[in-house]
Design a protein around this ligand. Sequence first.
Ligand code: SF4
Length: 288
Amino acid sequence: MTEVRLAECAGFCFGVRRAVDTVYEQLGTGKTIYTYGPIVHNGEVVRELEERGVRVIQNREELLGMSPGASREEAVIIRAHGVPREICEILESKGFACVDATCPFVKKIHRIVERESRAGRHIVIVGDPRHPEVEGIRGWCDGPATVVENAEEARNFALSEGCELCIVSQTTFNYNKFQDIVEIFQKKGYNNNIVNTICNATEERQRSARAIAAEADVMIVIGGKHSSNTRKLYEICSRECANTYFIQTLDDLRLELPKAVRLVGITAGASTPNKLIEEVQNYVRIKL
Ligand code: SF4
């Protein structure tokens, strides 16, 4: 008998759920709602919100070109990833009603880097420099900051010995890679203040995905193709299970089930709605 098992921690995390709920709450106010960037890295969710009238401000330049909402009938929601401080200042100066749905765990990193950089420490952010969360964190530093994405960049990093560093991480960064990078910094003789800011939701999701993938004959990872945490789940699962599929929606799934399949595992990135996970689960059950 084949089992279909969903990873314990799959789909929306606390921060994303909170941000999406905020958008729906704000829709109820009758205001024109904007989100600064797509509210989640999931095309389906964003499309559904667009159909309900939510508009996406793509970047700083677009925001700068917008007219202020004179009657405050327009609200801009800041998504769970957060934004640089400058964006908050622009929103305020333009008179938009700003609804901050930055995840509290990300907000905490903003406070850490602000405080530590004001204390004179060089900030090292371990993460993907192109990711909006990292851009946001960088935008709260009040002094020099460097984004380090891998061990090679960590090895090449050079400041004079004795310098004071504060090292934080993108919340969705892989825990083991973070540890490797931290070790490299520890050997350099800096005075390091290391704050592991990887979110538990990510660790838990990765751990439960790895555990199922290690047992599964087929593994399905659901999530947006731009979602870094989903890509990491795919990476982890592929290492454990050769038959790992990465899909955005059910339409992408061309499932070739091997004969005598005992276990099909399913996991999903932080931006994947429950509805989609359920659809995939049902589909697989029907295929068996
Ligand atoms: Fe917040 Fe963690 Fe979700 Fe990121 S992964 S939005 S830090 S709960």
